[in-house]
Design a protein around this ligand. Structure first.
Ligand SMILES: NC(=O)c1ccc[n+]([C@@H]2O[C@H](COP(=O)([O-])OP(=O)(O)OC[C@H]3O[C@@H](n4cnc5c(N)ncnc54)[C@H](OP(=O)(O)O)[C@@H]3O)[C@@H](O)[C@H]2O)c1
Length: 452
């Protein structure tokens, strides 16, 4: 174990951390450029084959960066795209970034350390850092922005050089250390464990912007909100946000087990998409899509008397035509992804004749991320972890998400030797209540066996 890791696990003071020697290399989940054709012609592109875990060199810090010792991270769907090298290998993003010059050149390497979530301790500061100190406990927003771009000051997500950290950059969060811009930092919720904190920012922040923010659907009290994939990473936070805002969540899932989980989360209406006959192979403008839309609309109207005001759709190709059809006149379809394919088709007559709108949304700016984190600190939002894996089993953790056999979020422990560490406000944790904090977690489940 390196000196910083030892010091951290011994509860060292910031001054001791500052003086503990950093290792020249650290363990990281990474992809290798020579692997980008490994899945050519294969149907099952198994991410366990491409995600390697091993030593990589410690990078130097730019003035506006900090080095975070990552205690825990989580799996996001973007790591699945990176690890199957589709739709394009993310190494091409690194090249494009490096072409902007200066410290960006560090990112273009024959390996990419992936991962867009992280919770940990700041162990080094770049020379220009003002608001953060060594020893601070932080979580990391994946929105990687260039604050010298004017558009960034209107909305952090609008700068042309905005990137997704650990996807369009190197030195991401599925590792013992990560290089992070100060404009990504948020204080870690003191009542949460490392793995709970590390499972929040990307998905909860994205759901917050999609639903609550002025830049998104701007949900109001009483809105009926249809959420596809409602027991997934984004969905389980979306359900909570709709409930908090006085809306009526309608969650769509693909199994009874997921339906049960949604009921535990308090989702008002739960629909199993297998009963709708959503056909992944039918063109979305076909009668099949409209028929599936009618069945869904009927099911929602039977329970609420109305059509949805908002549809949250990141499933994409297989659902988007239905979403545009089913949302009410003047309603909004808000999208941030395309798990089932990015070539969406919809019948535009239903959109324009009924004055519906489609909003593209991406991650969250830093202000939205802080607002969202405040809700966790108040106990109004809770983590949705269902399983935790050690870093050397990151492939199995990602495989669970790739095969859609997970629920909520899948955590990965990096420097933290076991789950349950990192809580610095146990009183707040007790006030919120252990059962409420982990509604989707089964500590007796197979994924947590190794820690018992
Ligand atoms: N742009 C951004 O800022 C941003 C941020 C976060 C995530 N995303 C994207 O949003 C998507 C969802 O992310 P996530 O973390 O929530 O992923 P996730 O945990 O895998 O959840 C997605 C849910 O979608 C449903 N689903 C998957 N394939 C489907 C299909 N063919 N038809 C219908 N439903 C399907 C699944 O639910 P059921 O099987 O139960 O229906 C699954 O639980 C990903 O594509 C991700 O890249 C984008």
């Amino acid at each position: 174990m390196d000196r910083v890791a030892e010091a951290l696990l011994d509860g060292a003071k910031p001054s001791q951390l500052e003086h503990a020697a950093l290792p020249d290399e650290y363990i990281a989940a990474h992809l290798r450029v020579e692997d980008i054709d490994m899945f050519a012609g294969m149907d099952d592109k198994d991410v366990r084959k491409s995600l390697r875990v091993g030593p990589v060199p410690m990078p130097e810090l730019a003035p506006d960066e900090v080095l975070v010792a990552i205690m825990a991270s989580s799996i996001n769907y973007n790591t699945i795209w990176s690890a199957i090298f589709e739709p394009i290998p993310t190494f091409s993003f690194l090249k494009r970034f490096a072409a902007t010059g200066g410290f960006a050149e560090r990112h273009d390497l024959p390996y990419q350390v992936v991962g867009s979530d992280g919770a940990g301790v700041i162990v080094r500061l770049g020379t220009g850092v003002r608001h953060w100190r060594v020893g601070d406990h932080v979580v990391i927003s994946p929105a990687y922005v260039d604050d010298q771009e004017p558009a960034t000051h209107a909305d952090g997500m609008l700068g042309p050089e905005q990137r997704a950290w650990g996807f369009e950059t190197n030195f991401g969060g599925l590792a013992e250390y990560a290089v992070v811009r100060t404009s990504q930092l948020v204080p870690k919720p003191p009542h949460l464990t490392w793995e709970e904190s590390a499972s929040i920012t990307l998905c909860a922040g994205t759901a917050y912007r999609m639903l609550v923010s002025r830049q998104g659907a701007c949900m109001k009290q009483g809105d009926i909100v249809l959420i596809w994939g409602a027991a997934g990473g984004l969905g389980a936070f979306a359900v909570q946000l709709v409930k908090n805002g006085g809306g009526i969540p309608v969650g769509v899932v693909s199994s009874d087990a997921k339906a049960k989980v949604l009921e535990q989360l308090g989702c008002d209406i739960v629909i199993n998409r297998n009963e709708l006959g959503v056909d992944a192979s039918a063109p979305a403008t076909s009668a099949g899509t409209i028929e599936a839309g009618k069945r869904l609309g009927k099911a929602i109207r039977a329970r609420t008397g109305e059509d949805p005001h908002i549809v949250v759709d990141y499933v994409g190709q297989t659902t988007f035509g239905i979403s545009v059809f089913v949302v009410r006149r003047g309603g909004v379809v808000v999208t941030c992804g395309s798990s089932s394919g990015y070539r969406h088709q919809y019948d535009n007559r239903y959109l324009w004749m009924n004055l519906k709108r489609i909003i593209g949304s991406h991650v969250a700016n830093l202000a939205e991320q802080w607002e969202c984190m405040r809700l966790f600190n108040m106990g109004r939002l809770v983590p949705t972890l269902s399983a935790v894996y050690p870093l050397d089993e990151v492939g199995s953790a990602a495989r669970q998400v790739q095969t859609n056999s997970h629920i909520g979020k899948v955590g990965v422990l990096c420097m933290a030797p076991k789950p349950g560490m990192g809580v610095t406000d146990p009183q707040l944790r007790e006030r919120i209540g252990e059962a409420r904090l982990n509604p989707l977690r089964d500590p007796e489940g197979p994924a947590d066996e190794r820690y018992r």
